[in-house]
Design a protein around this ligand. Structure first.
Ligand SMILES: Nc1nc2c(c(=O)[nH]1)N[C@H]1C(S)=C(S)[C@@H](COP(=O)(O)OP(=O)(O)OC[C@H]3O[C@@H](n4cnc5c(=O)[nH]c(N)nc54)[C@H](O)[C@@H]3O)O[C@H]1N2
Ligand SMILES: Nc1nc2c(c(=O)[nH]1)N[C@H]1C(S)=C(S)[C@@H](COP(=O)(O)OP(=O)(O)OC[C@H]3O[C@@H](n4cnc5c(=O)[nH]c(N)nc54)[C@H](O)[C@@H]3O)O[C@H]1N2
Ligand code: SF4
Ligand SMILES: [Mo]
Length: 685
């Protein structure tokens, strides 16, 4: 049975089979992975068999989570929601979704929040992921789709610049498309990806904007700007150039640490290539300046004439399995299905029409993900929260504060298939189906819609997220037909709701997908072939021109001080996925990467009295995390790195703060001021 990997946005094609009860996985020759899988994909069947799989609903009684019937669990949820809504109004209930949810789930979750709960307080973990690139992409091109071209186009490039992405660990099969281009990698660490690069630029975390301005400066001064493209297809170059004018290479070198010669070499490589791409990842984006950083790299790409042309382009490497679809169907605080804005009157009328309600009943925009978590239990914030597809106790910034907020709720409901650090705090835990136990669609990083297929039934009493939403909504007095439980029915409604929107799925059907058609949105009718390459005939702004952004460098929200002299940045390792709720339960992955660690330069380590393998305490103004020291000679001396996959006192997010990008509300995951010292109980070997 052909389906796709449960994890990241590459959505590698896999074939599943059952042999004597065991599930076996094989890669298919699907274009993004062409017969490849990473270690997570190979071990994905173990996820279906984790020993502590949630099989029955749990309700907290006398302090303990005890198994109960579905009836009892859903009644507890509905009566709890009813109570807080009666006392404090519809916005007293919050909903936190995820970019791992299928399109159908994401769509129904948004509808459930706006109609069954009537709340504006819904957002999702993609705010921590895609939001800066989405905001910058929309501003520049009028439309945000991670990659506006198929991944396979990258294979024909001469040069690819990767700013803050480490696909050798985060999307390993993507690397086969990056074999022939020369890579320019911008990363404070010498990652596995940087090892493969022709040129590695190693800036201080949080200084990418200065670097991007500097590269634009060089492009202009050294005569590499594609004047015809800029004149014919863009606006705003002059204002952007006025900002970049004062970022001469030596000044950029002082701020970023990237030698001026390397800056010039990067521009020379990009400008001299017949085919070149600029791609950004979370390293560039997860900053309080994230939107402007991405705009800075898009400015560079526009000046060189890359976007909207065959064999060239700018793209962002979307992260979660459905990170793309998850941001199109209305689980974002300010959005309705079809990538429409909730403040747009005609969008409200269209969606309300599909939902069979007057537009006035739809609430307005709500709080962004971190602001929502931060407001929980406060006077004007939600006092009940429903979580579908996220583990914020580990993955949200300023995690210990988030735990305090979650503890202050009257009602916390978590739907998951494994016990997570967040479900451990819940009042009600609802066991749901996963991946190979359900049908649905996902949209990968190229905007291609894919079918997820069911191999076998759910274990125990697990139900699908769609059934859970139906069960709660009907108990709140909603008509059942509004919340279909069959994925295909939900998808057909989603198609109608998205029709005419930016992310138009109207022409995409299960039938076409099952027949093997490669359908990239927008696809406005069933005869439309889909749109693998966007912007070739014009950008999505009225008039068809792309917009430069006049951006100026700002420092990271927090600068090193005497007390916290180092910059900590965070990210991923190959073996673990996100908060680790899934991969820490897979023996082979856990053995590959069993515990929290911190990468430190040898001089920094010895100054702090630390050696390889000992436990260190890393402390920021928020608190401390405990992690095993890895002495890494290629690190910058002013920077340390922690993966964020580990629970308890190994959480990297004990260090991160509440600085947000003013536009995207992206937290500053990638730059916190810290100090590092030996942990008192030194163990390990
Ligand atoms: N193994 C694995 N794969 C995954 C995931 C996972 O959890 N594990 N998650 C998926 C998801 S949701 C996402 S969003 C993607 C993320 O994929 P990536 O963006 O590749 O992942 P990160 O490791 O977060 O960040 C990439 C790099 O940014 C660098 N970096 C840190 N600070 C800065 C900075 O200030 N500037 C620059 N230029 N670089 C910086 C880090 O050193 C890191 O190597 O991966 C997806 N794939
Ligand atoms: N310090 C630091 N923090 C970060 C980042 C970073 O780079 N550094 N990256 C950020 C990024 S890019 C992301 S995407 C977030 C991700 O962080 P999280 O939102 O915590 O992501 P996951 O660990 O994937 O959590 C998903 C949870 O939902 C469950 N789940 C999966 N699929 C489904 C489903 O279909 N239905 C239901 N009900 N549950 C499901 C899983 O079992 C798991 O418990 O972390 C962010 N946090
Ligand atoms: S790269 Fe992503 S989609 Fe592919 S096997 Fe690994 S985790 Fe799965
Ligand atoms: Mo992500």
């Amino acid at each position: 049975m052909d389906t796709h990997c449960p994890y990241c946005a590459l959505q590698c094609g896999t074939r599943l089979a059952q042999e004597r009860g065991a599930v076996l996985v094989q890669p298919t020759d699907f274009p993004v992975n062409r017969g490849g899988l990473c270690q997570k994909g190979w071990t994905a069947p173990s996820l279906l068999e984790v020993p502590d799989r949630l099989r029955r609903p749990l309700v907290r009684r006398g302090g303990e989570l005890v198994p109960v019937s579905w009836e009892a669990a859903l009644d507890t949820v509905a009566s709890g929601l009813d109570r807080v809504r009666r006392e404090r109004g519809p916005d007293s209930v919050g909903v936190f979704g995820g970019g791992g949810l299928t399109n159908e789930k994401a769509y129904l979750l948004g509808k459930f929040a706006r109609l069954a709960l009537g709340t504006s307080q819904i957002d999702y973990n993609g705010r921590f992921c895609m939001s800066s690139a989405a905001a910058a992409g929309t501003a520049a091109f009028g439309l945000d789709r991670g990659l506006p071209f198929p991944v396979t186009d990258l294979g024909g490039a001469d040069v690819v610049l990767l700013a803050g992405a480490n696909p050798a660990e985060t999307m390993p099969p993507l690397m086969q498309h990056l074999r022939s281009p020369d890579l320019i990698v911008v990363d404070p660490r010498r990652t596995a990806t940087a090892e493969r690069a022709a040129l590695h630029l190693q800036p201080l975390p949080g200084t990418d904007l200065a670097l991007a301005l500097g590269l634009l400066h060089i492009a202009v001064v050294d005569g590499h700007v594609d004047g015809d493209f800029v004149r014919e297809r863009t606006d705003g170059f002059d204002a952007a150039w006025r900002r970049a004018m004062s970022w001469w290479p030596e000044r950029v070198e002082r701020v970023t640490g990237v030698p001026a010669t390397d800056q010039r070499e990067a521009v020379r490589m990009l400008a001299g290539a017949g085919s070149a791409y600029v791609l950004t990842g979370r390293g560039a984006e997860q900053h309080s300046t994230g939107v402007d950083v991405v705009s800075g790299f898009i400015n560079l790409a526009l000046a060189l004439g890359l976007p909207g042309r065959r064999g060239r382009g700018y793209g962002c490497l979307t992260g979660q399995g459905n990170g793309q679809g998850g941001r199109e169907h209305g689980q974002k605080a300010d959005q309705l299905p079809g990538y429409r804005m909730i403040t747009d009157q005609s969008a409200r009328e269209h969606v309300a029409g599909i939902w069979g309600v007057p537009p006035e009943v739809l609430p307005g925009p709500g709080r962004s993900a971190y602001e929502l978590l931060d407001a929980l239990g406060t006077d004007d914030g939600p006092s009940a929260l429903l979580v579908f597809g996220s583990n914020p106790v580990v993955s949200a910034p300023r995690a210990e504060h988030v735990v305090d907020r979650l503890r202050s709720l009257n009602l916390l409901v978590v739907a998951d298939f494994v016990p997570s650090e967040t479900s451990e705090l819940a009042d009600v835990v609802l066991p749901v189906t996963q991946w190979a136990e359900e049908e649905g669609t996902m949209t990968n990083l190229e905007g291609r819609v894919l079918r997820r297929r069911r191999l076998r039934p759910a274990p125990g009493h697990a139900r699908s997220d769609l059934e859970v939403l139906h069960g709660i909504a009907t108990r709140l007095g909603e008509p059942g037909h509004r919340y279909p439980t069959r994925p295909r029915e939900v998808f057909d409604e989603l198609r109608r709701a998205s029709a005419g929107g930016k992310a138009d799925y109207a022409g995409i059907s299960y039938e076409r997908l099952d027949a093997g058609e490669a359908l990239h949105w927008p696809c406005p009718d069933v005869r439309h072939p889909g749109t693998p390459r966007l912007f070739l005939d014009g950008f999505a702004h009225p008039g068809g021109r792309a917009q430069f952004a006049a951006v100026e460098h700002r420092d990271a929200g927090e600068q090193p001080t005497e007390l916290f002299p180092l910059t900590a940045t965070t990210g991923r390792v190959l073996a673990h996925y996100q908060s680790g709720a899934q991969t820490r339960r897979v023996a082979e992955l856990n053995d590959a990467s069993p515990a929290a660690f911190v990468e430190v330069h040898p001089d920094t380590a010895s100054r702090a009295g630390l050696a390889h393998g000992v436990l260190a305490r890393v402390t920021s103004a928020r608190g401390s995390a405990i992690a095993e020291v890895r002495v890494v000679p290629t690190m910058r001396t002013d920077t340390v790195f922690l993966p964020f996959h580990f629970p308890g006192d190994g959480r990297a997010n004990l260090l991160t703060g509440d600085a947000l990008d003013p536009r995207s509300k992206m937290p500053e995951f990638k730059a916190s001021a810290v100090r590092i010292e030996p942990h008192r109980d030194v163990v390990s070997e």
